[in-house]
Design a protein around this ligand. Sequence first.
Ligand SMILES: NC(=O)c1ccc[n+]([C@@H]2O[C@H](COP(=O)([O-])OP(=O)(O)OC[C@H]3O[C@@H](n4cnc5c(N)ncnc54)[C@H](OP(=O)(O)O)[C@@H]3O)[C@@H](O)[C@H]2O)c1
Length: 308
Amino acid sequence: MRVFVTGASGHIASAVIPELLSAGHAVTGLARSDRAAAAVQSLGADVRRGDLDDLDGLGAAASEADGVIHLAFKHEEQHSGDLAGAVAADLRAIEAMGAALMGSAKPFVGTCATGALALAGHQGQLTEHDVRPAGPRIDAENTVIALAEQAVRSSVVRLPPTVHSLGRYGFASDLIPIARAKGVAGYLGDGNNRWPSADARDVGRLYGLALESAPAGSRLHAVAEEGIPLRDIATVIGRRLGVPTAPITAEDAEQHFGYLRGFVALDNPTSSQLTRDTLGWTPTRPGLISDLDDEHNFAVEVNTPSAG
Ligand SMILES: NC(=O)c1ccc[n+]([C@@H]2O[C@H](COP(=O)([O-])OP(=O)(O)OC[C@H]3O[C@@H](n4cnc5c(N)ncnc54)[C@H](OP(=O)(O)O)[C@@H]3O)[C@@H](O)[C@H]2O)c1
C-alpha cells in the first residue's frame, strides 16, 4: 500500500513509518520544512512538501494514496495558548482528506488522545466504547469515525499522554524542566491520579495494524499501561534531579505547572482490551517508569518539548 502520513517528521511517526516500511508498504510523508523533509527521508520515506493549512494539497495527497495516517498537529499553537486554533486546523485537515477518500473504501487512521475524553468529562476507566459528543479533538475523532458511513475504512487511535521512546515521554517530558526550574518535582493532591502510557514502538505497530485491518468506525486504544500514578512519575523525576518530590496546592498549580495544569490533574485510567482483542495487538516494550528512570533523560540539553 502507498500510505500518506501527516506529521511524518514527528515523534510518533518515527515509530510508525519504520513499522509501515518493514511491513512492505511505501510511505509518502508530509513535510513543511527542509528539516522535516530530511527527517522523513532519513526514515526511508518519500517526501511531499506541504502544510496542514494547504487543504487542496492534503486532499490531492490523500486521493493519490491507498491509505492515510494522520498524525500532524499544531503543537506550537497549543503550547502558545491557541489550542482552539490548533484543534480547528486539525478538523479542517481531516475534512479535506476525508472528502478525498469518500467512496473509496480506503483506510484513514486518525489520532485522538485518551486525555481528551477525560478533559471532556469522562470519569473512571476509559474503554473504546466510551464516546463524547463534542470537545477539543473529540470533534475530530467523531468526524473521522463518521467517514465510515461514507465508505471510508476509518479508525481513530487514541494515544495516552505519555507515549515514550528515544528520550521523549509526552507530557512526562515537560514535567522535567518544570521540576528543574521550580526545584520541586510536583504532583497535585495525593498524586494517585493516573496517566496511561505506551512505548512508541508498540504504538507504531498498532497504527500499522489499524491501517491494514481495523474495521470501519473503530476507536482503538494505544495503551500498554492502564494508569501510572502521577506521584510515581514525579518521584523518578525528583530523585534523578536531586530535588524534593512534593504535592503542589490547587492554588499554586497554575503558576507551577503552567499549560500542563489541567493535564496534571487528570485521572485517565484506560483499558485497551477491545483493541487487543480486535487486532491481536500485544505491547511488548518496557514500561514508562523504567524507560524514564535513566540518567540521560535528565541532562539539561535533553528535555524536548512534548506533544499531547
Ligand atoms: N506523543 C504523545 O505522547 C501524544 C499523546 C497524545 C496525543 N498525541 C498526538 O499524536 C499526534 C502525533 O504526536 P507527536 O508526538 O508525533 O507530535 P510531534 O512530535 O510534535 O510532531 C508533530 C508533527 O506535526 C507536524 N506539524 C505541525 N504543524 C504542522 C503544520 N502547520 N503543517 C504540517 N505539519 C505540521 C510537525 O512537523 P514539524 O516537524 O515541521 O514541526 C510534526 O511532524 C498528534 O496529534 C499529537 O497531539 C501525542
